[in-house]
Design a protein around this ligand. Structure first.
Ligand code: ADP
Ligand code: MG
Ligand code: MG
Length: 892
């Protein structure tokens, strides 16, 4: 595009321009605007990078613009880039819109050449050591990051030089040593590139800038983005910043700092300082740093100034900031700041502290924490007080803490688990054949693959702890080696699915204090619990969505209620057909006469009634949605294969059993090719006379009984799998008759509604609403039928591939597919409400507890979400966040 501005001076930008200038550039500009001491410089935009990556060369006009800004920079600094007498040196730094720590490149000291290295020494008061140290750093960084020279060649040469000198620290190398090292580095450079280290400063700068552009597509950067779900086409900005020197002597140095502790959230500054060093040394851990407090002694003036700047930054960003700084001969320079990453616990503590300090509002505090963070705090964690040995670290792919014996095959996992052992399944990577082992294991550890690998997707789907991509693991047969340690089958290891750490031996697990708090247990004084309490309180006061739970027993219901559930959105009655009642259900299915069937139903009635009494009692005063029986009845019968074998064997022996043969007959008759699409839900109710009627009677009688005790039961009867209004009308009529008869004048009120989980129901919601008091979206089935995916079959079989191909960014069973399934929900909500404005709308699929999905349900105007008891607090928090989230907040 002609005339586009590709280059911004630090004084031209601000923190709102992250997308264009990258986070680093936008914040350098912001600090410049605030009048903080930032070395002068300019930023080449991410759009220039996008253009470069698309075409392989700089877009028209970019080079001229860079020349202009460089000339202006030279005027400001009173020096020319690479000048032989008094050189201006610059750093060329990457910086994308989302922070990608350590993923991309930076080159320092650009502009140094054989000629200007002497000028630099002279300008530094004859400090030759400093000049040659800077030059060897440039050749090293430039060689490695711009020209792909293997980094070890340089670091090995540096080690050799130190050894030759008997030195332990590169500070012991003097000017002559470093000068010799520069010669050595140049030879390494020429050997690998086939040409000499470039002596034209402008050429150095150009090559470094292009290398930064290209680093956007480096393999590790691509992988990282995929894991963090950062779009692939954003590109990185390039920051050109005049150099300041922390390696000028003892009165110089460099450091990093946080305005609060990013691990715990405690107030007070945290940081590390390294004297006589250049920035990258601190991060690289080349020499031992000292705590930031030591700077108070080393350079009190800079220390005070730094504290004042940090306070100013916190006040300005109203959040925890992390910074990078350099001191050049007693003068402090700011080289970077950003709103700092933090742990989940720190996020809650800091948000609550900032509210106390009057720096942010409660709304803002709510925006700064997330349901994912709260969920993390609710998992049990390892108690690390005994300092267990860390074996290695991978990617925390599915949170939780699990210890067990290492096993190396799915079969062995299943075997040992059946003997009652806790096992951790260790695989190079998993595939669909490992599924049984994954289910049997307490935790899963893989050497390959990221957050979207098969192991990660499946583990998250079933709530299993998983660490993946621990690429230092060398697995062979039934053992693995890592960092010189060997773990054989049967040895105990522990995996932390939150941090990705893997420990040797069993690590004790500590329950979550946040869960204890939700449970109403006494918790010792805890700043974390206080913070959670404050923020949850505000979420509850703010949210428009109610939060219910999915629960089938009084016990689950009571627990969910302690977690803040405001009713039951889904009680699955089929669970009530299992266990010792299976026999009754078999009788019901097999009965060939009406009276036999009625006997079976009559036997089930009191059992169901007792279940409902428990449930309504636990949820007294709150709505309880009971779904009439949903799964195909053959699920309650023995498996076809097993039964067929039994009958055949019996026949062989002449011990034929009429009952078993009859059962086999029934199982054969009811066998379905696609049970998910077969005789289930409302279809059962219409085909098997008396089945729904029995359930409705049990529900109503239970309610009337409790009303008689002075309680306030509020049942809602929900008909599953409706696709046509006629289905619902027929069931409704039957229900209403029974309800009217049983309720009589007891004062009990019962709503009758339907699930919307078949696409046809969503598309004819206007008709269906005529017969429904409420809709509850069954997002699992709606997703299955909307996509035509059978969840049990596809998730383990090929979802990882779909994720890898980018067909979806996250499994549609984890987070609602807004465009497709979400559109069905939108249509149904709008058309249903148009016919019946008071229609209650809720969600009872698993998406009800997924943070992203909760925001969607808020947007489309539903009344409540329902989720498993454990997810209730997460849903409450996210419902609150949905109500306060504004477009401009950056919650990432
Ligand atoms: P990263 O994104 O990996 O942190 P940076 O671009 O921040 O990379 O640079 C790495 C290090 O180089 C930083 O620690 C910083 O202190 C140092 N650095 C960058 N630019 C300059 C400069 N102009 N003068 C002195 N040090 C610099
Ligand atoms: Mg940095
Ligand atoms: Mg369903």
């Amino acid at each position: 595009m002609a005339g586009e501005k590709y280059v911004y001076d630090f004084s031209e930008g601000h923190k709102g321009l992250k997308e264009l200038l990258g986070g680093k550039g936008a914040n350098l500009a912001e600090m410049t605007r605030l009048g903080l001491p930032v070395p002068a410089g300019f930023i080449v935009t991410t759009r220039a990078c996008q253009a470069y990556l698309a075409t392989g060369h700089n877009p028209d006009g970019l080079d001229a613009e860079i020349d202009e800004h460089l000339a202006a920079l030279e005027r400001t600094m009173g020096r020319r880039l690479g000048d032989a007498e008094d050189p201006l040196l610059v750093s060329v730094r990457s910086g994308a819109a989302f922070s990608m720590p350590g993923m991309m490149e930076t080159v320092l000291n650009v502009g140094l050449t054989d000629a200007s290295v002497t000028g630099l020494a002279a300008q530094a008061g004859g400090n030759e050591r400093f000049a040659w140290d800077s030059y060897r750093r440039l050749i090293q960084m430039f060689g490695k990051t711009v020209c792909d020279v293997p980094g070890e060649e340089f670091s090995d040469a540096l080690e050799e030089a130190k050894k030759a000198k008997g030195a332990t620290d590169d500070l012991h190398l003097d000017a002559a040593d470093l000068r010799a090292l520069v010669d050595r580095f140049k030879r390494i450079f020429a050997k690998h590139t086939g040409y000499d280290f470039p002596q034209d400063p402008r050429e150095q700068m150009r090559l470094a800038m292009e290398a930064v552009f290209r680093s956007w597509n480096a393999e590790r950067a691509v992988l990282y983005r995929r894991q963090e779900r950062i779009p692939a086409d954003l590109g990185t900005a390039v920051n050109v910043c005049s150099m300041v020197f922390g390696n000028l002597g003892a009165d110089s140095g460099t450091g990093v700092a946080f305005t609060r502790d990013p691990a715990s959230g405690s107030q007070g500054i945290y940081g590390d300082y390294l004297s006589n060093a250049q920035g990258e040394d601190v991060v690289a851990g080349i020499r031992n740093t000292v705590p930031l407090e030591d700077l108070k002694r080393l350079d009190p003036k800079s220390y005070e100034e730094l504290l004042a700047i940090m306070a100013k930054l916190e006040g300005h960003y109203r959040d925890l900031c992390d910074i990078e700084f350099t001191i050049e001969r007693g003068k402090l320079w700011m080289l970077q700041t950003r709103v700092g990453k933090r742990t989940a616990a720190a996020a809650f503590r800091i948000a609550a502290q900032l509210v106390d300090e009057g720096m942010i509002t409660l709304d803002e505090a709510l925006r700064r924490v997330s349901g994912a963070q709260l969920a993390q705090l609710m998992f049990p964690r390892f108690d690390l007080s005994a300092d267990p040995a860390v074996l290695t670290k991978g990617i925390g792919a599915s949170p939780g803490a699990a210890s067990g014996r290492a096993v190396f095959s799915a079969a062995r996992a299943a075997e040992l688990a059946a003997e009652g052992e806790d096992v951790i399944l260790v695989r190079r990577e998993t595939n669909p054949e490992d599924l049984a082992g994954m289910i049997a294991a307490r935790g899963i550890l893989t050497a390959r693959g990221g957050k979207t690998s098969h192991a990660a997707v499946v583990a998250r789907g079933m709530g299993r702890t998983c660490v993946c991509g621990a690429d230092q693991l060398e697995i062979s047969g039934t053992r693995f080696t890592v960092n010189g340690q060997t773990v054989a089958e049967g040895d105990v290891i522990s995996v932390d699915g939150t941090t990705g750490r893997v420990y040797l031996g069993s690590v004790p697990v500590r329950p979550s204090e946040v869960v204890q708090y939700f449970e109403g247990d006494m918790v010792e004084e805890s700043t974390l619990v206080d913070a959670v309490h404050t923020i949850m309180g505000h979420a509850d006061a703010t949210r428009r969505l109610a939060v219910r739970t999915n629960a089938d027993t009084g016990e689950d219901a009571a627990r969910a209620r302690r977690f803040g559930a405001e009713g039951i959105g889904l009680c699955r009655t089929e669970h009530m057909f299992l266990g010792d009642r299976k026999e009754l259900v078999e009788r019901l299915i097999l009965s060939s006469t009406e009276s036999a069937r009625n006997d079976a139903l009559a036997a089930l009635l009191p059992l169901q009634r007792a279940d409902f009494v428990d449930l309504f009692r636990a949820m007294d005063g709150l709505p309880v949605t009971v779904r009439l029986i949903d799964p195909p009845l053959h699920e309650f019968l023995p498996s076809l294969e097993e039964l067929a074998v039994n009958v055949a064997v019996a026949r062989e022996r002449g011990e034929e059993n009429a009952e078993e043969a009859q059962l086999l007959d029934a199982v054969r008759r009811m066998h379905e090719q696609n049970p998910m699409l077969g005789l289930r839900g409302v279809r059962l109710g219409l085909v098997i006379p008396g089945l729904f009627a029995m359930q409705v009677r049990a529900i109503t009688e239970a309610a009337v009984q409790l009303a008689g005790e002075g309680l306030n039961p509020r049942p809602e009867i929900m008909v599953p799998l409706v696709g046509a209004v006629q289905e619902l009308e027929m069931v409704r009529q039957e229900c209403e008759q029974i309800v009217a008869e049983v309720v009589a004048d007891s004062g009990v009120e019962i709503l009758i509604g339907t699930m919307i989980e078949v696409p046809r129901a969503a598309l004819t919601a206007g008709q269906i609403a005529e017969a429904a008091d409420f809709f509850s979206f069954g997002t699992n089935d709606l997703t299955q039928m909307g996509w035509g995916f059978s969840r049990d079959d596809v998730e383990g079989a090929f979802f990882w591939r779909y994720l890898e191909l980018g067909i979806f960014g996250i499994s549609p069973f984890e987070s609602i597919d807004r465009d497709g399934v979400g559109r069905l929900i939108r249509i149904a909500a709008e058309e249903g409400r148009a016919v019946r404005p008071e229609l209650k709308l809720g969600v009872c699929g698993e998406h009800g507890g997924d943070p992203e999905s909760v925001h969607f349900f808020h947007e489309v105007g539903l009344d409540y979400v329902s989720c498993s008891p454990f997810r209730v607090p997460v849903a409450r928090l996210e419902a609150g966040r949905a109500a306060v989230t504004s477009e401009d907040s950056d919650s990432r």
